[in-house]
Design a protein around this ligand. Structure first.
Ligand SMILES: *[C@@H]1O[C@H](CO)[C@@H](O)[C@H](O)[C@H]1NC(C)=O
Ligand SMILES: *[C@@H]1O[C@H](CO)[C@@H](O)[C@H](O)[C@H]1NC(C)=O
Ligand SMILES: *[C@@H]1O[C@H](CO)[C@@H](O)[C@H](O)[C@H]1NC(C)=O
Ligand SMILES: *[C@@H]1O[C@H](CO)[C@@H](O)[C@H](O)[C@H]1NC(C)=O
Ligand SMILES: *[C@@H]1O[C@H](CO)[C@@H](O)[C@H](O)[C@H]1NC(C)=O
Length: 371
């Protein structure tokens, strides 16, 4: 018994060590995917390790992050797999390497790259007080670096086909609220702009980056809406007498952004009809349904993080060696800012095969077979 246990522990330690030393992306290769590659631009909701290499307070490469994976902590801000990992699984696509890992470790980039960086936003200044982060602007430049690398392995004709058959996933904007507009002590944006003007500024900048990615050859875009940020433990724990209820004024700001993002999708689809597709992933609606009717989705706790400290475990986010809750699948929120793997699974499934109220105007399984 004793020696079996030792072998068992040694086996898992090896798996954990090798998984965190190498990049998870190499662990799984598949040719079933309808997309030649996937390219991910975003923040901590989709960062899979880029911030591990940066000097930043926004990091998740320590336990208990990754507690429900065989990988252990990888820099993913979750107890388990994240939205992009799960979407890759639904599609039969290999997991993506982080951009920084592709540069430092020479990982194969053929299946795509994840450029996302925790604390980053649409505006360059967003998240600055947390240290280094790769802004949306820099993420677009890093994509150009990847293209230059790909040019060494294929001719221009093949490259443009390859990019046209790739999926771009963009998840940006949360930090422009959480780590900018809503921090009036650190940022002047809320003094300079009312929420409507601010949403206009964000979308204008966002559109510029989307068009840059389009100019570089991407044709299939999944643009994620912002979730109900007024409901995350970080927000509901703020103020003098927090009740645990969602902050409606924050959700209203987010809705101004989301409405404009959906209009942008309509505008771009009309402009590039037949040659490109832009879809709006309605994370706000999906999360609101879960928060308003948790039991229907198998959840119990909606207004308290699984890992964290203070009111609603949302005042200080999950720290190294914190002891998280044990029933993680029943929590909507893993930490003060990020949903649990169980929620990301629902979001990924809805993105892959949801109806138009979840993802508009078509879902990812439809995008996969277009053009
Ligand atoms: C990367 O992987 C692809 C498919 O698995 C292969 O065709 C290609 O040669 C590899 N590229 C490099 C540079 O190793
Ligand atoms: C690129 O396209 C040519 C035809 O134009 C084809 O013969 C070749 O195999 C392709 N190369 C790669 C790396 O896909
Ligand atoms: C694209 O063009 C088709 C055919 O002309 C039309 O039916 C469809 O409504 C157009 N889609 C958009 C988003 O404009
Ligand atoms: C996608 O959704 C449709 C409609 O709800 C359902 O019939 C189908 O089985 C689903 N497909 C997958 C692969 O989940
Ligand atoms: C997702 O799109 C596919 C392909 O068009 C469709 O068959 C399926 O019904 C859609 N899923 C839902 C839930 O509407």
């Amino acid at each position: 018994m004793g020696s079996l246990l030792t072998v068992w522990i040694a086996f898992w330690s090896l798996i954990l060590i090798s998984a965190s030393a190498n990049d998870v992306s190499t662990a799984r290769q598949s040719s079933l995917s309808p997309f030649s590659a996937m390219f991910v631009f975003g923040d901590s909701l989709v960062d899979n390790g880029n911030n591990n290499y940066l000097t930043s307070f926004a990091k998740a490469n320590f336990v208990p992050y990754g507690i429900d994976t065989s990988w252990g902590p990888t820099g993913r801000f979750s107890n388990g797999k994240m939205l992009v990992d799960l979407l890759c699984e639904f599609l039969g696509h290999p997991y993506l390497p982080s951009f920084v890992a592709t540069q430092k470790q020479g990982i194969n980039i053929t299946g795509g790259v994840n450029y996302a960086s925790a604390a980053a936003g649409i505006l360059d200044e967003t998240g600055r007080y947390l240290g280094q982060r790769i802004t949306f602007n820099e993420q677009v430049q890093n994509f150009q670096t990847t293209i230059n690398q790909l040019k060494a392995t294929m001719n221009d004709m093949n490259l443009s086909q390859y990019l046209a058959k790739s999926l771009a996933l963009v998840n940006h904007g949360s930090n422009d609220y959480l780590n900018n507009y809503l921090l009036s002590g650190l940022y002047s944006s809320s003094f300079l702009y009312d929420p409507t003007a601010y949403a206009d500024i964000l979308i204008k900048q966002y559109k510029t980056y989307i068009l840059s990615l389009h100019d570089l050859g991407l044709r299939k875009f999944l643009l994620a809406a912002l979730g109900p940020l007024g409901c995350i433990p970080n927000q509901i724990s703020r103020g003098f007498f927090p009740t645990g209820a969602c902050k409606d004024e924050v959700n209203a700001m987010v809705t101004l952004f989301n409405d404009r993002l959906k209009s942008l999708v309509d505008e771009l689809n009309a402009q590039y009809n037949g040659s490109s597709i832009f879809v709006y992933g309605n994370a706000f609606a999906v999360l609101m349904q879960i928060i308003q009717d948790p039991i229907a989705y198998g959840f119990v706790t909606t207004n308290r993080a699984c890992c964290g400290i203070g009111r609603f475990r949302g005042m200080i986010s999950c720290l190294p060696y914190s002891i998280p809750c044990s029933n993680r699948d029943q929590y909507v929120f893993w930490d003060a800012f990020h949903p649990s793997e169980a929620v990301d699974k629902i979001l990924a499934l809805k993105a892959f095969n949801g109806s138009t109220s979840d993802i508009y105007p078509v879902n990812v399984s439809q995008i996969a077979i277009m053009f």
